[in-house]
Design a protein around this ligand. Structure first.
Ligand code: BGC
Length: 466
């Protein structure tokens, strides 16, 4: 099983792996209520998550759920009903954590509009497990997974051919990438015990926080305003230029700026110039154009997809979504151009993040001819027209990749990747635990055999065994 706390939705899934790179997935999805993103205590959010798990189990795994509840009620003291038929849960938690173990990690900071100070520094797996236990659910939080790591896992399972996937990336409400690095390249000390046998480790880059100091990133007045008015000014600066949560807001601020310029007549009634020289506005007072977050990024996808000469779909949407009445073709085109510039900048910055990892991996040089595989998920790659093509176009321009390198880079959509990936990791974690127990038992057996062997008297001797 897996749950996925992303930026917008919470998903609960159960996954059946068919073992042939296909899988069956059952899931429920709910929008996370805004007040929970800004809750006073973490208990409010994690209690809600556990409740959703309970509803999912009742709906899709009723028999299993009821059987567990019956066993719990009829269990005699000391009887171990709790570990029987437990769902191993992969917890996709798409925020930066200091990971301390397979199912242990402390929250470093919130991103994407979440702000619950009480949770910072706490182990998010323990917070979820506590709430699950309060509801007596047959669920164990077995693995903590970032959505990018889940996407990497899922794509590795489902990717065509034998090539191993290099990167799992999310371009959705937030953005981030995880990739496979050689352990010898690690420069940061890694605490704790980990398996070095493969010589590789998955790194969660948290590239959303790249260049918070703004040494190289573009910084328009709209980027500045967006950051100042956000819940976390000064951080996630790369993400604030790339991901879906922010693109609509950047576009809104740019369009609003033009709207407010007296020298322009964008979305104003030009024919009423007799009206004291002031053009009458055609934008409703309650329009999202005047409200923070009032322009949904999905409108940008509509703008990009409308290639009709009259831009009729876009003009209709401007009216229904933003109360912009009777927009002319020229006005709609201006909107489309601004929106395209914001979308294209996002795709080009995304190419920088992906391209730098591809180059760092050395795979373009080392594995001649083979594709360099990337799994990607999120609303932008899925719904923004040509987002992937704009990334490829930008790869072409990067020294060290160029046309030849671009040909070899393959970005595959790993839809629902993080849910499947987290379930895969939970499965591996559970197997490791089982193997660990078996190893321990084997070690114990060995020790006992040796002790016994030492204690068993040779022929003619005698001893007392205790
Ligand atoms: C978070 C990442 C996450 C990304 C995509 C970012 O805001 O910091 O951990 O992977 O969003 O969901």
């Amino acid at each position: 099983m897996s749950v996925d706390l992303g930026g917008t939705n919470f998903r609960v899934c159960s996954v059946h792996l068919n073992g042939d790179s296909t899988f069956n997935l059952t899931y429920n999805k709910v929008a996370i209520p805004r007040e929970l993103m800004l809750a006073k205590t973490s208990k409010e959010l994690f209690g809600f998550l556990a409740k959703q798990i309970e509803l999912f189990l009742k709906e899709h795994h009723e028999e299993h759920f009821e059987a567990h509840q019956r066993r719990r009620k009829s269990a005699k003291p000391g009887e171990d009903y709790e570990t029987e038929d437990i769902f191993q849960l992969g917890f996709t938690f798409s925020f930066p954590v200091q990971q301390l173990g397979i199912n242990k990690g402390n929250l470093i900071r919130w991103t994407k509009g979440f702000d619950i100070p009480d949770a910072i520094g706490k182990d998010v797996c323990a917070l979820l497990q506590q709430e699950i236990d309060l509801l007596h659910l047959p669920v164990k939080v077995a693995a903590l997974v970032n959505d990018t790591v889940g996407t990497l896992m899922a794509r590795s399972y489902a990717a065509p051919g034998k090539t191993s996937t290099l990167i799992g990336a999310i371009f959705g409400t937030g953005t981030n990438g995880a990739y496979v690095e050689k352990i010898t390249n690690l420069q940061k000390p890694v605490d704790g015990q980990y398996d070095k046998s493969t010589g590789e480790m998955v790194i969660n880059s948290e590239w959303g926080s790249f260049d918070n100091q703004l040494n190289v990133l573009p910084n328009t007045p709209y980027d500045k305003k967006l950051d100042e008015d956000s819940v976390n000014p000064g951080i996630q600066i790369f993400e604030k230029r790339v991901s879906g949560m922010f693109l609509g807001e950047i576009t809104r601020l740019a369009v609003l700026d033009l709207y407010e310029k007296p020298s322009l007549s964008l979305f104003k009634d030009v024919s009423s110039s007799t009206n004291n020289g002031k053009a009458a506005t055609r934008v409703g007072e309650g329009s999202g154009l005047f409200q923070q977050w009032g322009l949904d990024s999905s409108l940008m996808s509509i703008a990009a997809a409308d290639t009709t000469p009259e831009l009729s779909t876009l003009r209709k949407e401007l009216e229904s979504q933003l109360q912009i009445r009777s927009a002319t073709v020229e006005e709609a085109r201006a909107f489309k151009d601004i929106s395209y510039a914001v979308g294209r900048r996002s795709a080009r910055l995304s190419a920088v993040a992906l391209g730098s990892i591809v180059m760092q991996s050395g795979r373009l040089k080392e594995t001649k001819g083979e594709p360099v595989d990337i799994g990607a998920d999120g609303s932008l790659v899925e719904h923004y027209p040509s987002f992937r093509d704009m990334i490829y176009e930008a790869f072409n321009k990067i020294d060290g990749i160029g046309a030849e390198g671009t040909e070899r880079i393959r970005i595959g959509i790993a839809k629902d990747g993080s849910g499947v990936g987290a379930a895969l990791i939970a499965l591996v974690a559970a197997n490791m635990e089982k193997r660990g127990t078996l190893d321990e038992l084997a070690a114990l057996k060995n020790k006992a055999t040796q002790k016994l062997a030492g204690a068993i008297p040779s022929v003619g001797e005698s001893t007392t065994l205790v």
